[in-house]
Design a protein around this ligand. Structure first.
Ligand code: RB5
Length: 324
């Protein structure tokens, strides 16, 4: 399909479909509210939802009223990430809580179109909650299919919110969370949520950057799901350390210690934290969200992060742990 036709279709409020580096998407001009409503109807999505915006270079952020965060997002874009950035725009179809979710394409037909037309609002090309269609032909009356559509990766982009203490991974996906470059990855279930925000404040005080993999609200979740994300990330050395919090800390300890090479230590005070580092070379700190006095968090956390492994006789013992 030639670019001129695509641009004129977009210019007259039309919907288009392109490949991305993850899943095929439906695209329209970013400031076209009516086009966004058409997509909502076609996808059978909830009314009033917001759409993310694709750009092809950081210069296009100016058009979107985005001033801060430009340096920070170079870590993630272009790449399989969507990054939430603060905007001054008031466009409810692309702005939620003062932020726009930004993706960047650096190759392909979509990049060419973005370059000529400017930012485009977007969503995945499937009905809400349903699989990607085998044949996109039946949509071609409403949507201009601009190329042969393919699912490159089934998981969507990784959605990141940049915070003062580090990063929140709001949706895990194809983008590698290790790209945040944080010192530690943290996760909790609902019972550890409140304690987690105190822990993040303490880490921030000591300039220890943290990547939070959830949970982010009080809805009940299963602690193994979170322990597995943190355990895998530490095992693969995406982060040198991890922190896990559940009600007692026991469930998280059991679950994370299933990962070879991961040494999770449930610590109740500063002395536990010191010895967990000196003798056990613990790489995951586990805390109780329900039974730990918040007043001891500061010495506990700082001791864990600023104490070294003694090695020597302890190194041989740690080697033995793995021989089961
Ligand atoms: C959740 O109620 C609770 O069981 C969990 O947070 C944890 O304490 C498990 O060990």
């Amino acid at each position: 399909m030639n670019t001129k036709e695509i641009l004129s279709h977009l210019g007259s409020g039309g919907l288009t479909a392109f490949n991305t580096d993850t899943v095929p998407g439906i695209f329209a001009a970013y400031n076209d509210r009516a086009a966004a409503d058409k997509i909502t109807a076609l996808k059978k999505s909830a009314r009033g939802r917001t759409y993310q915006v694709f750009i092809c270079d950081l210069g296009q952020l100016d058009l979107l009223g985005i001033k801060s965060g430009k340096e920070e997002i170079r870590k993630f874009l272009p790449g399989k990430f969507s990054v939430l950035l603060e905007t001054k725009l008031r466009m409810p179809h692309i702005v939620k809580d003062g932020k726009i979710s930004i993706r960047m394409m650096s190759s392909g037909l979509l990049k060419k179109v973005l370059n000529e037309r400017g930012p485009l609002l977007a969503t995945s090309f499937n009905e809400s909650g349903k699989a990607f269609p085998r044949n996109y032909g039946k949509f071609s009356k409403e949507i201009m299919i601009c190329e042969d559509l393919k699912v490159i990766s089934r998981s969507p982009s990784t959605l990141i919110d940049i915070k003062k203490y580090g990063y929140d991974i709001l949706r895990p996906g194809s983008g590698d969370i290790g790209a945040t470059g944080a010192m530690t990855v943290i996760g909790s279930d609902h019972a550890g949520l409140e304690m987690k925000s105190e822990v993040k404040e303490t880490l921030h005080k000591y300039s220890i950057i943290v990547t939070d993999v959830g949970t982010f609200n009080g809805d009940s979740v299963d602690y193994p799901d979170i322990a597995h994300i943190v355990g895998k990330a530490v095992q693969k050395k995406k982060f040198p350390y991890g922190i896990l919090i559940c009600g007692t800390g026991i469930g998280m300890s059991i679950a994370v210690n299933r990962f070879k090479g991961v040494r999770g230590a449930l610590c109740h005070n500063e002395n536990f934290a010191r010895l967990a580092r000196m003798h056990n070379d613990a790489n995951v700190l586990v805390l109780s969200g329900r039974f730990l006095d918040k007043k001891i968090l500061d010495p506990l956390i700082s001791t864990f992060f600023f104490t070294s492994f003694e090695a020597g006789r302890h190194a041989a013992r740690i080697k033995k742990i793995e021989k089961v």
